[in-house]
Design a protein around this ligand. Structure first.
Ligand SMILES: C[S@@+](CC[C@H](N)C(=O)[O-])C[C@H]1O[C@@H](n2cnc3c(N)ncnc32)[C@H](O)[C@@H]1O
Ligand SMILES: [Zn+2]
Length: 309
C-alpha cells in the first residue's frame, strides 16, 4: 500500500537504519548486524530470516496469542480493501499534528504491528522517519518486512522487556495489540507520544449475536486509562466511527482476522456468514487515544494484566 517505489532494498537496509535502537533480548546490550543475523557482545545470536525480519525471540519462548497465517491473510485483504481507512486517517492526523517536522529521534515503533498496514501508511506521511514493526508472530513479521521500504521488522514479545534502547522512539503505536505501559514509557524519547487504538463497545455490534463473536467490555476505556495511567497522561481522545456495507468475502475476512478465528473453524464462519443478508451493514467503531509519558511514573503493580485489543 506504500507509495514509495524504491528498488528492492537489501534485507538489512531498513534494519541497518534502526540498528542503534536495537538491543539483545537476553542481556539488553547493543546488537551488531551481519547478513545472517544479529549478535550482541555477549555472543547471543539471532536469525535474520530470508524474508527480511529479525527474530529476537529467545529460542526457549513459545509464542502465545500470535496471529496465524490465515488470520494475517484475512487481515491484509480486509484492511487492503480500505474498510478501516477512517482509523488510518485518524492515526495519521494525530501523528502529523504532533510532529509537523521530524523530531531528533524520528523513529516510529508499532507494538503488535501485524502485517504493518498502519505503520506503512503513517511512514508514507512521515518522510524522514524510520519504522519498527514488532510482533510475536513471525508470519506477521514476514508481511510487515515487505509492507514499506523503511520498516525494520522484529519478532519479539511486547509483553516482555522490549529489545529496544531507552528513549529511542518519538512515536509508539499500538493498534488492537497488547499494551505494556512500563516498556512503552521506557522506549519513548523526551517529547514522545503513544498512540493507541481500541475498539469501542459499539464495534461490530451487529455481528455479535449472529456470528457468536465476543462482546467488547463496556468498561474497557476505564481499564485502559487505569492501566496506562501508571506511566502516561491522556492528552486527547477521538472517537472514530464508520458504517460498512460488507459482501461475503469482506465478512469472512473480518471475522477470520480477529480473535473469533481462535474459536470458530473456517466452516463455522462460512456457514454463519451464509445466513446473513448481503450486503450486511456493520458499524466499525474505535477510540483513538493520545498519551504523553509522565515525567515520573506512578508506582507499578496495581493495574493488572492487559487484555488487548
Ligand atoms: C488484533 S492483531 C492487530 C495487528 C495490527 N496492529 C493491526 O491492527 O492490523 C494483534 C497483533 O498482536 C500480536 N501479538 C499478540 N500478543 C503479542 C505479544 N505478546 N507481543 C507482540 N505481539 C503480540 C499478534 O500476533 C497480532 O499480530
Ligand atoms: Zn545478549
Amino acid at each position: 500500500m506504500t507509495t514509495e517505489t524504491t528498488p528492492a532494498a537489501p534485507r538489512t537496509r531498513a534494519l541497518g537504519a534502526v540498528l542503534p535502537a536495537l538491543c539483545c533480548t537476553l542481556c539488553y546490550q547493543p546488537l551488531d548486524l551481519s547478513p545472517q543475523g544479529a549478535r550482541c557482545p555477549n555472543n547471543h545470536s539471532f536469525d535474520l530470516a530470508r524474508e527480511g525480519y529479525l527474530n529476537l525471540l529467545p529460542g526457549h519462548v513459545i509464542p502465545q496469542n500470535a496471529d496465524t497465517p490465515q488470520m494475517l491473510t484475512a487481515r491484509a485483504a480486509f484492511l487492503g480493501a480500505g474498510h478501516f481507512d477512517p482509523l488510518l486517517q485518524a492515526l495519521a492526523a494525530q501523528a502529523l499534528a504532533a510532529f509537523p517536522a521530524p523530531p531528533a529521534a524520528p523513529l516510529l515503533a508499532d507494538l503488535g504491528a501485524g502485517p504493518g498496514h498502519y505503520l506503512a501508511y503513517l511512514l508514507d506521511r512521515l518522510p524522514g522517519w524510520s519504522g519498527l514493526a514488532l510482533d510475536i508472530s513471525k508470519h506477521a513479521a514476514r508481511k510487515a518486512a515487505r509492507a514499506h521500504p523503511r520498516i525494520a521488522s522484529l519478532v519479539c514479545d511486547c509483553n516482555d522487556h522490549l529489545p529496544l534502547a531507552d528513549a529511542c522512539a518519538s512515536l509508539a503505536l499500538c493498534v488492537f495489540a497488547p499494551r505494556n505501559p512500563q516498556e512503552f514509557h521506557r522506549i519513548l524519547a523526551p517529547g514522545g507520544l503513544l498512540l493507541v487504538a481500541t475498539p469501542s463497545p459499539r464495534h461490530l455490534h451487529q455481528l455479535l449475536a449472529p456470528i457468536g463473536m465476543l462482546a467488547m467490555d463496556p468498561d474497557k476505556d476505564q481499564r485502559l486509562a487505569l492501566r496506562l495511567g501508571t506511566h502516561f497522561a491522556l492528552a486527547h481522545q477521538h472517537p472514530v466511527e464508520a458504517t460498512l456495507a460488507l459482501d461475503t468475502a469482506d465478512l469472512v475476512n473480518l471475522i477470520s482476522m480477529g480473535p473469533s478465528a481462535f474459536h470458530l473453524s473456517p466452516e463455522d464462519i462460512a456457514q454463519r456468514v451464509e445466513a446473513l443478508p448481503r450486503p450486511f451493514t456493520v458499524t466499525a467503531s474505535f477510540n483513538v487515544t493520545v498519551w504523553r509519558p509522565l515525567e515520573v511514573p506512578l508506582l507499578v503493580g496495581a493495574a493488572g494484566e492487559d487484555d488487548a485489543p
